[in-house]
Design a protein around this ligand. Structure first.
Ligand code: SF4
Length: 257
């Protein structure tokens, strides 16, 4: 298939796609300048999701924490999805002059074939492009994508996501990602109780502690700071990394930054 034949569903922002140049805000490469490409669609529906415009569409039954906020309503698909070919997306990414790209969502692996086309298109410029992929750990990438992506930022969801266990827990997928040697596993922690669940996950899925990252839940600095101090102590004692949410500290709960 030629790159121009591919139509990828991206998150829409204004008249264009949610493609932007910023600093990676979470995980093992926090602080790294990168171009983010946000894909639409997700196979989960986490109640605290901060990118609900990628899946909480009109006519779906999913609940979201923001349901309680006045003025919040589910999204009209036409308003939040834009379809673009790989060549067009690649042109937009190139204009930033930054060859570190974060493929995020939603769940990017729902559009795996299209992503391969995009990566191939960009690598036609040279082999020095580096791709990180954010994923919820419920789908194992195929051999080609596994080889093409340099780093997988895997964020398995806990019970605090409100998603049914059989949808969000896929130990065989996690084991496959561990085996590829390119994956880091980031868990969003809200309460002390979450830690027991994380450690059970880590043990059952055989994730090396050196690849585990715990991150406080929070869509604003006050929420993050409620969790961060005690989580820091627990990370130290458990011998795992902690990640802050740099983009939230710098720019708040805004899109496109
Ligand atoms: S898996 Fe990620 S994108 Fe999907 S609903 Fe959960 S937090 Fe949002």
């Amino acid at each position: 298939m030629r790159a121009e034949d591919v139509d990828m569903k991206l998150a829409r922002m204004g008249d264009g796609a949610e493609i932007f140049h910023t600093l990676q805000g979470e995980g093992v490469s926090v602080g790294m300048p990168a171009v983010f490409v946000r894909l639409s669609l997700c196979n989960l529906h986490c109640v605290w999701c901060d990118t609900d415009h990628t899946w909480n569409f009109e006519g779906t039954p999913w609940a979201h924490e923001k349901d309680a906020q006045s003025g919040y309503k589910k999204h009209c698909k036409e308003d939040v999805i834009i379809e673009m070919g790989a060549a067009e997306i690649a042109d937009q990414v190139r204009k930033y002059g930054c060859r570190h790209v974060v493929l995020t969502g939603g769940e990017p692996l729902l559009q795996e074939e299209d992503l391969l086309e995009l990566i191939t298109e960009l690598r036609a410029d040279g082999e020095d492009w580096f791709f990180e992929m954010e994923t919820n750990g419920t789908r194992l990438p195929g051999v080609q994508l596994m080889a093409a992506v340099g780093q997988f930022n895997v964020s398995p969801k806990l019970a605090n996501s409100g998603v049914a266990q059989n949808l969000r827990l896929k130990p065989e997928v996690i084991r496959g990602l561990v085996a590829c040697g390119k994956a880091w596993f980031k868990f969003v922690v809200e309460k002390e109780n979450d830690l027991a669940e994380v450690m059970e996950w880590v043990e059952n899925s055989e994730i090396p502690l050196g690849r585990v990252i715990l991150m406080p839940e929070g869509r604003n600095v006050a929420e993050i700071d409620k969790v961060a101090p005690w989580l820091a102590e627990r990370c130290r004692d458990l011998k795992v990394r902690m990640s802050d949410r740099l983009h939230v500290r710098l720019w708040g709960d805004r899109r496109g930054v």
